[in-house]
Design a protein around this ligand. Sequence first.
Ligand code: SF4
Length: 231
Amino acid sequence: MNGKITDFESMGSADGPGVRLVLFMAGCKLRCLYCHNPETWTDKDSKEISPEEVLKKFKKYANYYGEHGGVTFSGGEPLLQSEFLLETIKLLKKNNIHVVIDTAGVASGYDEILDLVDLVILDVKAVEADEYKFITGRDIDEFKTFLESCIKKCKKLWLRQVIVPGINDDETHVLKLKEFANSVPNVERVELLPYHSMGKMKYEKLGIEYRLGDTPNMDKENLKNLEKLLK
Ligand code: SF4
């Protein structure tokens, strides 16, 4: 079966180890305040791709990806297209390709997918229920269920959190994230991502209200200081 993507990047270097083919899958149930890819929320402007085409795209630049790179499924929420994802991942693994999913864990039907992927990049919107709902518009339960599955399957995890001025850019939040990360086995890395307002224009184009208004970009120096707390 075919999958729906909004875009892809042939030389991605920010979503997993090495240089990677990154596919931005269409569809997401969350509505994060800071989302900079609102065009991925639905499949309105998506294009179709088959598992074989994904493999072909990878093979085109296989020399660049080398031993350390691979394919990352990002989005949107890649797990919403679980049938396509499973079929494609099976094909990639048959070809010994390293596979990462970059997910918020808000989906279902991911059991077999989790068995096959090499690494899960898990977007931790917030560790507390009320703040999770404030940021994403949904309850935290599905995220917790997904995390439990990752723990049960001993999946290697990279945790990520977007740091937004005035929302979670303080010691208390980062220390809570650290405590959370320490409570989860197999966490290989914890990353803080700086909020930026580059997605704002997309909201205007799509006629969607941008709820963070004039929130400034996250200051890089302040972010570095917060990162020190994670050590
Ligand atoms: S989970 Fe990702 S794609 Fe979905 S709304 Fe949040 S930031 Fe956007």
